[in-house]
Ligand binder design. Structure first.
Ligand SMILES: *[C@@H]1O[C@H](CO)[C@@H](O)[C@H](O)[C@H]1NC(C)=O
Ligand SMILES: *[C@@H]1O[C@H](CO)[C@@H](O)[C@H](O)[C@H]1NC(C)=O
Ligand SMILES: *[C@@H]1O[C@H](CO)[C@@H](O)[C@H](O)[C@H]1NC(C)=O
Ligand SMILES: *[C@@H]1O[C@H](CO)[C@@H](O)[C@H](O)[C@H]1NC(C)=O
Ligand SMILES: *[C@@H]1O[C@H](CO)[C@@H](O)[C@H](O)[C@H]1NC(C)=O
Ligand SMILES: *[C@@H]1O[C@H](CO)[C@@H](O)[C@H](O)[C@H]1NC(C)=O
Ligand SMILES: *[C@@H]1O[C@H](CO)[C@@H](O)[C@H](O)[C@H]1NC(C)=O
Ligand SMILES: *[C@@H]1O[C@H](CO)[C@@H](O)[C@H](O)[C@H]1NC(C)=O
Ligand SMILES: CC(=O)N[C@H]1CO[C@H](CO)[C@@H](O)[C@@H]1O
Length: 222
């Protein structure tokens, strides 16, 4: 059934296009969420403006008289401005993650802003530790650890400098990403998500003697 396939592909494209239409917004848990409309809106007697949350919840409305009204569950925890339709949701919680749409209703509904909001916690701390230094070659291995994940990198040192063996390694899961990289003589491990980051650093001062292969590594781990 090639026609059916074609229809399915079309449906898929429409769905993904619709998802792309939602602008992603990331906000740190406990911070304020600012949402502004993307198109000019002029209300008349027959039209009202609403901020909607997900498909069935309404945050507030503005009517022709420009008065902004918040509905019960948002009263006291949001600011809503009748003159420019902006919404500020204060002290956001994880429950506030979801789709926010600004709509003008009259004879039909018109969307004037669409956001996919994700509330995130700050990332957890990282530890960077020296996990091995081979005495027979000038290689150092460091491991960067977060609660449930670790990545290791090996550095090759000569009498003056150390360099990363291979690419900067990074690891990303649904929630955050972890990257280890070398900048001058400092190894950085950076744990980040869209709203926060934490790092741990270690200074590698190679005093690798090419004859004996001895390495001295100064750690400066905060
Ligand atoms: C809307 O008005 C409020 C209050 O005057 C202001 O804080 C906010 O920045 C305005 N939003 C835009 C998009 O101008
Ligand atoms: C809102 O929708 C998102 C998915 O888009 C869902 O993950 C979330 O649980 C919903 N929140 C509420 C309070 O219904
Ligand atoms: C040190 O690094 C070199 C690559 O430059 C590699 O061939 C060697 O196996 C490494 N040695 C150790 C002990 O990891
Ligand atoms: C980091 O190191 C400190 C002190 O050694 C330890 O208390 C903490 O649990 C470590 N954190 C992680 C994510 O490994
Ligand atoms: C890194 O994680 C592995 C399991 O994935 C574990 O066996 C190993 O002990 C961890 N290393 C450190 C230094 O935490
Ligand atoms: C060590 O690094 C410095 C600066 O990056 C560079 O000027 C120097 O040539 C390097 N030395 C060696 C032996 O590679
Ligand atoms: C690793 O990342 C650092 C800092 O972002 C950059 O300066 C360096 O060029 C990168 N090295 C490689 C091999 O990607
Ligand atoms: C850590 O990563 C975040 C997100 O990519 C970036 O904004 C920040 O500058 C990085 N910090 C360091 C020290 O690499
Ligand atoms: C804990 C730690 O090492 N923090 C460092 C993160 O990186 C910045 C430089 O980008 C250092 O100033 C911090 O000390």
């Amino acid at each position: 059934f090639p026609l059916l396939h074609l229809l399915l592909i079309l449906l898929f494209l429409l769905l993904t296009l619709h998802l792309w239409g939602l602008q992603p917004v990331f906000v740190l848990h406990g911070n304020d969420l600012h949402l502004d409309i993307e198109k000019a809106v002029v209300l008349d007697k027959k039209t009202d403006f609403f901020w909607k949350f997900n498909t069935t919840n309404y945050v507030g409305k503005i009517s022709y008289n420009k008065e902004a009204v918040l509905f019960d569950s948002y009263e006291g925890r949001a600011d809503f401005f009748g003159h420019n339709y902006s919404l500020v949701l204060k002290n956001v919680k994880h429950d506030d993650s979801g789709d926010y749409t600004a709509v003008v209703t009259g004879g039909k509904e018109q969307r004037v802003g669409e956001f996919k909001v994700k509330v995130q916690d700050p990332v957890s701390a990282v530890n960077l530790t020296l996990t091995s230094s081979s005495s027979d070659s000038c290689n150092l291995t460091v491991t960067c650890t977060i609660v449930d994940l670790n990545i290791s990198r090996t550095f090759k040192c000569d009498a003056h400098n150390c360099s990363l063996l291979g690419e900067n390694l990074s690891s990303t899961d649904m929630l955050s990403s972890l990257i280890v990289y070398l900048q001058q003589d400092t190894v950085f491990c950076n744990h980040s998500n869209e709203v926060s980051w934490k790092n741990s650093t270690m200074v590698l001062k190679s005093q690798c003697d090419m004859k004996s292969g001895k390495i001295r590594c100064h750690r400066n781990n905060e």
